[in-house]
Write a protein that binds this ligand. Structure first.
Ligand code: UGA
Length: 436
């Protein structure tokens, strides 16, 4: 199939490369020339395992190219909308400027019978409105909503082998046609019996936001238990293991610690709440306000235990921060709990020396004022306390002997990812969130 992908950020760049890998002819479009130049040279503009290799092979196959000129999409049969829907400045709602602009820009270039497929995460009701816009095109075209569930760090794997496919399509013949087109695009996944759920627009939009709301709720649930555990001397990781053995609960997404960040979960639960308010259904989603609040309190608590471990005040203290990305195997620092904690400690007068295997450059762009180094050892040199805030494997594997260069013997585990006994046996003060 001839496919265009509008928006070559995280979602779009991965989707474009994967569609080419599946044998489709793909053109990726973005307004950012530097991103297009990088992708054309098979450089991923962000860290994502497997993506550079995929870009290189897809570019070489001749099936994938990138442009800033939307007019070049005019011979595509299918157009995926993969632009961002960030949080509006000063509000909880999603900013739909880019989605609206992408569909509007596409209209004059649609060929007869084209299918526009929304992938971006949008508030429920958006697709119905965009369908009217698509219907106003000079040719006959239709819209489907096909949400994406990829995780950063596993984006290629999740796109090539999704755990489910959801098609939000219009009723009647247009819906059948859209379904047939999407089936052809996802033929490889469908041949592996990937579940496929066909819905209306509203359900497809809600599947996406409710999945992220559920995941955020699961994380905040265990972090609320961590607060109780801290006050009562219980151990939240054992608690998670024990309740996780119940299949109805499940152990995944019950890792307590600094909580969730990134470009999706925080803004999606806020946008969902805002949409609930608009619909006069604020009460139904009010709990997401608590989910957000529990999550943000973990950052306060991390700063608090750092103060406590350093005698009540971090002023003038040297603190090593290991991990800046919002999660391991990513260089993404959007709404990163780790970077936030690092900045707060600095604001309280500590000298913070931070490192991350991939996220130093992305952090530096956001906060050039922080001190960055390349390795855990450099960060720890002369430090009064070492904080592990993102659970990269290289940090989980650290041995006390690796950090002998530290001035103090204080290690604070923001992700419950270290072997507590190992550090205590070596004479370190070990503290974590939710464990005695
Ligand atoms: C999330 C969803 O997992 C994807 O399914 C979804 O497609 C994506 O958002 C999106 O909407 O685009 P992602 O943001 O890549 O994916 O990251 P997650 O793996 O979900 O982790 C989110 C945050 O939760 C991270 O900061 C992570 O450290 C934290 N987390 C995760 C916990 O604190 N505890 C856990 O047990 C799991």
């Amino acid at each position: 199939m001839k496919i265009s992908v509008i928006g070559c950020g995280y979602l779009g760049a991965v989707h474009a490369a994967c569609m080419a890998e599946l044998g489709h002819e793909v053109i990726g479009v973005d307004v950012d020339q530097s991103k297009i130049d990088a992708l054309t040279a098979a450089h991923a503009p962000f860290f994502e395992p497997g993506l550079p290799e995929l870009l290189a092979s897809a570019n070489a196959s001749g099936r994938l190219r990138f442009t800033t000129d939307i007019a070049e999409v005019s011979d595509a049969d299918v157009h995926f909308i993969a632009v961002g829907t960030p949080q509006k400045k000063g509000e909880y709602a999603a900013d739909l400027t880019y989605v609206n602009a992408a569909v509007t820009a596409l209209l004059p270039h649609l060929r007869d019978g084209a299918l526009v497929v929304g992938k971006s995460t949008v508030p429920v009701g958006t697709a119905a409105r965009l369908a009217e816009l698509v219907a106003s095109a000079p040719v006959s075209a239709s819209l489907a909503w096909n949400p994406e569930f990829l995780r950063e760090g596993f984006a290629v794997k999740d796109t090539l082998g999704p755990d489910r496919l959801v098609y939000g399509v219009p009723a009647g013949e247009a819906g059948e046609r859209a379904t047939a087109i999407l089936d052809e695009i996802y033929e490889v996944a469908l041949s592996r019996e990937t579940p496929r759920i066909i819905t209306d627009y509203a359900t497809a939009e809600l599947v996406k936001v409710s999945a992220n709301a559920f995941l955020a709720t699961k994380i905040s649930f265990i972090n609320a238990m961590a607060e109780i555990a801290e006050a009562t001397g219980a151990d939240v990781t054992q608690l998670a293991d024990a309740i996780g053995h119940d299949n109805r609960i499940g152990r995944r997404f019950l890792n307590s610690g600094l909580g969730f960040g990134g470009g999706c979960l925080p803004k999606d639960i806020r946008a969902f709440r805002a949409r609930g308010e608009e619909l006069g259904l604020g009460a139904s989603l009010a709990f997401l306000g608590e989910v957000d609040a529990i999550n943000l309190r973990r950052r306060d608590r991390m700063v608090e235990i750092t103060r406590e471990a350093l005698g009540g005040d971090v002023r003038g203290k040297r603190i090593a921060v290991l991990g800046l990305a919002f999660k391991p195997d990513s260089d993404d620092v959007r709404d990163s709990p780790s970077l936030d904690v690092a900045m707060r400690l600095r604001a309280e007068g500590a000298t913070v020396v931070a490192t991350d295997p991939e996220a130093v450059e992305t952090s530096r762009r956001q906060h050039p004022e922080l001190d960055y180094v390349a390795t855990a050892q450099e960060a720890a040199t002369g430090a009064d306390a070492v904080l592990v805030l993102t659970e990269w494997k290289q940090f989980r594997d650290l041995m006390p002997a690796d950090l002998e260069v530290a001035a103090g013997r204080v290690i604070l585990d923001g992700r419950n990812c270290l072997d507590r006994d190992r550090w205590r046996a070596a004479g370190w003060l070990y503290r974590s969130l939710g464990r005695p």
